[in-house]
Design a protein around this ligand. Structure first.
Ligand code: NAP
Length: 515
């Protein structure tokens, strides 16, 4: 029987009791580990964070916290080969691992640098110049941002075990708030390994990072107004957590990043042969196949002018036909496995619902040719592109297939394109691929209220573009509505979000002395 995965709680590596939940290798189906938090005292975990981690972090200045973060991220970067090897067991190719592992370390480096340059050499941020509130100018106000005496609980999705942990850890650490990580069970072994690497540096004060592999019964009962819950995962789990008394009665801060039906729009100007046509096709194929489409930002809906449907279908089909599916690292493999067979079966079922609204351009839900692995044992599926000519059908705008699945649909004009974008009811990321400025501004202005981020891609920005699916630490990540309604990242905004903003009123001299 495989070993129980260790958790790091209250200063020690601890194994949960019982048999736990078995996690299988996504490629071979062999057992990797078992996950159990049985017997771990969640009250003690929170107490340790509050009483040991919190005071230790609050004793450090912002630049000292930035240095600790840099050291931790540096270790992840240096030892990334260990994490790549584990990540391959979850079905990730080297390119996928790069997004998660290098992406996670890179995000923390950016935060460390922002913290060093953009936060004071102290422990308090003072905002605003003196805001005069009286006639004579002897009374006014400023805002101060201070570290709450709480914890940051992060509950993560399975798809980015390292990036998901780092992008939440970085701003919390800079803010001086201790973190408790609850990774998703299917990839908890990767998150725990990355946490171990960071803890082994000794750079992080004891209690500032704990990781609980497995469920966290009762933990939220310990949380309240000084605490922050950062959740990434499904809309259903977000709804359950948002309804917890920690949030509804005790006002713990709650931030959710949930699923989303992201779209990319091809401009009317982009005929075959134009650079934007190729950029659109390439972007769609990349988003469908990176991480086997298990990306919260992946393009689920591809919107093209009515008279371009055939051209785009053919061009995307030709590229998808060249994507080898199989064991990460095997020759010719461009797309790995989904995280597990259960997940694959969910994706197949969702894709079948979408396909019922149209026709299949590429892929087969029942069979897939696999390189270097056994198709029956691993969680493989082929990329799957559906064409729905009646873009007003409901399925493509409501069913999320969290895998290598996308739907091609036509739009009539800019207003129709904006309407279709809005039918996702709130997305993390949207793209407009066009060199037509009027079209671009129409789409951006119309669709922005429904998006957390919009990428405008054209021949000018393409050489430096980071692509549709990659959130950048300097910019906000998170979307309205269906996407969870939260916002993470966005540079120092994410650090500020962990701090308490207090208005302080008094004389100019008093307010001046705050910093
Ligand atoms: P999930 O089932 O909602 O699980 C997410 C996390 O919540 C896991 O760590 C899970 O733990 C935990 N969880 C479940 N029930 C809980 C409860 N009652 N109390 C505390 N924690 C609980 O989602 P998933 O299947 O891992 O992820 C897939 C979904 O995440 C997709 O819909 C995708 O769109 C979304 N996603 C969004 C983003 C984003 O940035 N917006 C990023 C990635 C994924 P266990 O694993 O132990 O059950």
């Amino acid at each position: 029987m495989s070993e129980i995965l260790e958790s790091y709680v209250a200063g020690t590596w601890t194994k949960g009791a019982g048999t736990g939940r078995e996690v299988l290798d996504a490629v071979t189906g062999e057992p990797v580990t078992r996950v159990s938090s049985e017997g771990i005292d969640m009250g003690e975990v929170v107490r340790h964070a509050r009483e040991v981690g919190g005071p230790a972090l609050r004793a450090l200045t912002f630049p000292e916290r930035a240095a600790a973060l840099k050291a931790a991220a540096g270790a992840v970067q240096e030892r990334k080969d260990e994490l790549y090897a584990l990540s391959a067991r979850a079905g990730a190719t080297a390119r996928d691992s790069g997004v998660d592992i290098d992406g996670g370390a890179g995000t923390a480096f950016v935060y460390s640098s922002l913290g060093r340059k953009g936060l004071p050499d102290g422990k308090v941020v003072v905002e605003d110049d003196f805001i005069q509130l009286g006639k004579e100018g002897v009374f006014g106000g400023r805002h101060v941002l201070t570290t709450p005496h709480g914890v940051a609980l992060q509950i993560n999705a399975f798809n980015f075990p390292v990036w998901g942990m780092m992008e939440k850890l970085a701003p919390a650490l800079l803010a001086g708030v201790p973190t408790i990580v609850k990774p998703a069970t299917p990839t908890a072994y990767i998150a725990v390994a990355a946490a171990r690497i960071m803890l082994e540096t000794g750079a992080l004060p004891e209690g500032s990072l704990q990781v609980v592999a497995g469920s966290i019964p009762g933990l939220l009962d310990q949380l309240g107004g000084q605490d922050h819950i950062g959740f990434t995962g499904s809309a259903d789990t977000a709804a359950t957590l948002r309804g917890h008394e920690a949030v509804t009665r005790r006002s713990a801060h709650f931030n959710a990043e949930a699923d989303s039906l992201n779209a990319s729009v091809l401009g009317p100007d982009a005929a075959p042969g134009e650079p934007e046509f190729d950029l659109f096709v390439k972007g769609l194929v990349t988003e469908m196949t990176t991480k086997a489409g298990q990306k919260c930002t992946a393009i689920r809906r591809a919107l093209v002018p009515q008279d371009r449907m055939d051209d785009v279908a053919q061009a995307v089909e030709a590229k998808l036909a060249g994507i080898g599916v199989g064991a990460p690292g095997a020759d010719g493999v461009r797309m790995g496995a989904l995280v597990g067979t259960e997940q694959r079966d969910d994706v197949r079922a969702a894709a079948a619902r979408i396909a019922a609204a149209g026709t299949v351009v590429h892929g087969d839900l029942e069979k897939v040719e696999v390189i270097g692995a056994d198709a029956d044992r691993g969680a493989f599926m082929s990329p799957y592109l559906v064409r729905v000519d009646d873009a007003d059908r409901g399925e493509p705008h409501s069913v999320e297939a969290f895998g290598p699945v996308s739907t091609l649909m036509p739009y009539r004009d800019v207003d129709h394109a904006v309407d279709l974008l809005a039918r996702g009811e709130g997305s993390l990321a949207g793209s407009v691929v066009s060199n037509d400025r009027d079209f671009v501004t129409g789409v951006v202005a119309g669709a922005a209220p429904y998006h957390g981020r919009i990428l405008v891609l054209d021949r000018e920005s393409a050489p430096e573009s980071t692509g549709h699916g990659i959130p950048m630490p300097q910019l906000v990540h998170g979307g309205p509505g269906r996407a969870g309604g939260g916002q993470e990242e966005g540079g120092l905004r994410a650090v500020h979000a962990h701090l308490q903003r207090t208005a302080v009123q008094g004389s100019p001299a008093v307010l001046d002395s705050l910093g």
